[in-house]
Design a protein around this ligand. Structure first.
Ligand code: NDP
Length: 316
């Protein structure tokens, strides 16, 4: 396969983490090359208003924010290419790393910054797709504010669902928590917090059959999985919190991942177990998952990459 180019710094992914890494790397004179991946602009391109990113006092639309990130990365000389990394061949001993793009050609890199993000898992209902952004959301911290003093539902029984239900209870009038089994998967402490919260009503053994509403969410049709009985709840918001999947499949066997597929980084840095390979954003963070934290770790990755390159030049 043809080696198309050799770069000092390759950035994989184009969400807030990737573009922030690009801004810092470009300003440091490393001239990064960024491949945008499957969803150029990342998860924010499928959200509406972003009101919690500092610097935008009136809020900003997700896609617009990502255009701004891209423009800023370009301004300092980042080379931005569309393309998906289909295979990674990382050097295990600090040598040159290589990746395959679109199954077509090879790019070699002295440093690689992985910012491939994560994808929210969805239930897979048509109504969920149709009403996405119109009351359906996979991020309570991002969108809970729009449902102040309203009644909402959240699906899931893990730590994320419990944490988000607790978060929503500070804003919303009432939260229905839809759990498909008769028990939570979440840690005991999170379970207890939810169970003790008077604003949260847990609906056990139930699945969502349909999210109701023409233009916006108006309710949820539920099915009890034991009795088969169907019922409706009236809500204006529907949060899906059934887990995320990090977009790291192509790195399996190449770098250290945890049991859920998140990239392991060395505490307090963006370093992975491999020299010259760094990770930032949601691909390595299942806890915070915010644009601003992704951007912060993108900055860390670029600074770590820059320092790594300097140390190689000094000690070569
Ligand atoms: P989990 O995989 O832990 O939990 C997913 C939950 O969603 C489970 O209750 C599961 O049900 C349910 N679920 C999955 N698919 C469906 C479906 N199709 N319909 C209905 N329900 C469904 O994901 P989380 O995002 O909660 O957590 C991921 C990891 O991050 C965990 O390790 C967690 O501990 C960690 N985390 C830690 C936090 C903290 O420490 N503060 C905060 C958030 C996450 P079932 O149990 O029946 O399979």
């Amino acid at each position: 396969m043809e080696i198309k180019e050799k770069v000092k710094c390759l950035i994989i992914g184009s969400g807030p983490a990737g573009y922030t890494a690009a801004i810092y790397a470009a300003r440091a004179g490393i001239t990064p090359t960024l491949y945008t991946g499957m969803q150029p602009g990342g998860q924010l391109t499928i959200t509406n208003d972003v009101e919690n990113y500092p610097g935008y006092p009136d809020g900003v639309m997700g896609p617009k924010m990502m255009q701004d990130f891209e423009a800023q990365a370009k301004r300092f000389g980042t080379v931005i290419n569309s393309g998906i990394i289909t295979k990674a061949n990382f050097s295990q001993n600090g040598g040159i790393h290589s990746v395959v793009v679109d199954n077509k050609f090879i790019v070699e890199a002295e440093t690689v910054i992985i910012s491939t993000g994560a994808s929210a898992k969805w239930l897979g209902l048509d109504s969920e797709k149709r009403l996405n952004g119109r009351g359906v959301s996979a991020c309570a911290v991002c969108d809970g504010f729009f449902f102040k003093n309203q009644e909402v539902a959240i699906v899931g029984g893990g730590d994320t669902a419990c944490e988000e239900a607790s978060y929503l209870s500070k804003l919303c009038k009432k939260i229905y928590m839809i759990v498909r089994k008769d028990e939570f998967r979440a840690s005991k402490i999170m379970q207890e917090r939810v169970k003790r919260n008077p604003k949260i009503e847990i609906i056990w053994n139930s699945e969502t059959k349909e999210i109701l509403g023409k233009e916006d969410v108006e309710g949820v049709l539920l099915k009890n999985l034991i009795t088969g009985e169907e019922s409706t709840i009236v809500v204006t918001g529907f949060f899906v919190a059934i887990g995320h999947k990090p977009n790291t499949d192509i790195f399996k066997g190449q770098i250290n991942l945890d049991e859920n597929g998140y990239i392991e980084t060395i505490k307090g840095s963006a370093k992975t177990n491999l020299e010259g390979v760094f990770a930032c954003g949601d691909a390595q963070d299942h806890v915070y998952r915010q644009a601003v934290t992704a951007a912060g770790t993108g900055c860390m990755a670029a600074l770590d990459a820059e320092r790594y390159l300097i140390s190689k030049e000094v000690y070569a």
